[in-house]
Design a protein around this ligand. Structure first.
Ligand code: CP
Length: 317
């Protein structure tokens, strides 16, 4: 594997899940692969799980790890070409990228949607520039439009807990006070479509996702109807994608909060969320604390998805 930014990069999903389960049985089986290799993790945005799980994955593989919080301690970076740099940003990304590439073997990037310009976000300009100018394999630690390490961990978790070959998986919008990117729901939809589950997306009108990610999912505007017979409920908030409301919060309607009354409509479904989660906005305390909540094993599988991705990148250096 030369890069990891979307589901297509991982290839056959059944093989990827088998490899993940093998890695999970012995996560130190490939420590030789990372000897004298350095991972640089670059964060333009905050993180708890991605930071720790990816660093742990690199250590599982015997790698050295460097972590840079771009907005804390590094020079402020200009990202636009052609800008007269007389403001507060003393360094341009076009010099910074190859410099950083010269210090490492693999680069992971976290760079969220800015919500300034939809085209800029959906063209993944930051990630693309790293792939073009770093000279190193690049993987996404959540970019503007996708979060593939999360989605791979979600897939592994569903495969571990499902009791039928083709479970009903429901992605539900839930309320949140601030505008959040579409990266997690886009990516989850992309991976669920690729896995060919019985996949349903439910959200209030106005929260339609980019059709390229919706794919062959059924879109159901009635959340209760969507929950009927579900085996997995995956909750997430996202801001509007459709123009002219791109990046806006259109609703904080708490009738969309996932609660035990709605979970009772399902086929005793498991509850999933990528975390961090705002309790009693996205999901009630009793649902997230219930025995059907998978949020902790799901987060633990982030170490496994990252180990598989780094292993494959190392194998192709
Ligand atoms: N789910 C996830 O990516 O968590 P962090 O933002 O804490 O990394």
């Amino acid at each position: 594997m030369k890069k990891f930014t979307c589901v297509a990069d991982i290839g056959n999903l059944k093989e990827a899940v088998q490899e993940a389960l093998e890695v999970k049985r012995d996560r130190f089986a490939y420590t030789h692969l990372g000897k004298n290799k350095t991972l640089l993790m670059l964060f333009f945005n905050s993180s708890l799980r991605t930071r720790l799980s990816t660093q742990k994955a690199a250590m599982n593989l015997g790698m050295n790890v460097m972590v840079l919080d771009v907005n804390q301690g590094a020079w402020k970076l200009e990202t636009e070409r052609g800008v007269i740099m007389d403001g507060d940003k003393p360094e341009h990304l076009l010099e910074a990228i190859p410099v950083m590439g010269s210090y490492c073997d693999i680069i992971g990037i976290r760079s969220f949607a800015q919500f300034r310009d939809k085209a800029e976000d959906y063209e993944e300009r930051i990630l693309e520039q790293f792939m073009r100018y770093s000279g190193r394999p690049v993987f996404s630690m959540e970019a503007a439009t996708r979060h593939p390490l999360q989605s791979f961990a979600d897939l592994i978790t569903i495969e571990e807990y499902k009791t039928v070959a083709r479970p009903k998986v429901v992605l539900t919008w839930a309320p949140h006070p601030k505008a959040l990117p579409q990266a997690v729901p886009n990516s989850f939809a992309e991976w669920m479509n690729a896995a060919d589950y019985d996949f349903v997306i439910t959200h209030p009108e106005g929260y339609e996702l980019d059709p390229q990610f919706v794919g062959h999912a059924k879109v159901e505007y009635d959340q209760r109807k969507a929950f009927e017979g579900a085996d997995f409920i995956y909750a997430k908030n996202w801001a509007a994608y459709v123009d002219p409301n791109y990046g806006k919060v259109l609703s904080t309607d708490r009738s969309w909060t996932v609660d035990s009354e709605k979970m009772a409509l399902t086929n005793n479904a498991y509850f999933m969320h990528c975390l961090p989660v705002r309790r009693n906005m996205i999901v009630t305390d009793d649902v997230i604390e219930s025995e059907r909540s998978l949020v902790i094993p799901e987060a633990a599988n982030r170490e496994i998805s990252a180990t598989v991705v780094l292993k494959r990148l190392l194998e192709n250096l």
